[in-house]
Design a protein around this ligand. Structure first.
Ligand code: ZN
Length: 132
């Protein structure tokens, strides 16, 4: 598969990458329909933040092609939206509706062995697709 990598400020290249694999039973693999560069990518691109070999495009939409044994909320064939933030959706903060501040959250970076949060294509998801 191809991916966009920022090697250094102003040095962005499209490259061949390893195909993703299910690593953890909570993983899902998504075939992307679209992704975009986030405003947070612009800081390292301009040299305002350090960067080295960083995959770009951490907000995306696509179709689930494979899920791990413990995944129950999305299924193969679902059209999903991924956020820049991976959250567990189970902690107290997530349950209060603030998934971007998840107690176990981490910044997502799509790629082999990476875990990302996805949501189904309900009304909010469809709005995200329209806005993309
Ligand atoms: Zn959480």
């Amino acid at each position: 598969m191809r991916g966009v990598i920022m090697h250094a400020p102003g040095d962005v290249r499209v490259e061949e990458r390893d195909m993703p694999k299910i690593v953890a039973p909570t993983d899902a693999i998504i075939k992307l329909a679209a992704t975009c560069i986030c405003g947070s990518d612009l800081w390292p691109y301009r040299g305002a933040e350090p960067v080295r070999d960083q995959p770009m495009g951490h907000e995306y939409v696509g179709t689930v092609t494979e899920v791990g044994a413990d995944v129950t909320s999305v299924h193969v064939g679902d059209f999903v939206i991924g956020s820049f933030m991976a959250s567990d959706n189970t902690c107290e903060i997530c349950q209060a509706g603030y998934q971007s501040r998840c107690a176990h959250g981490e910044f997502a970076g799509a790629g082999p062995g990476k875990t990302v949060a996805v949501v189904g294509d309900g009304a909010v998801g469809l709005l995200g697709v329209l806005a993309a």
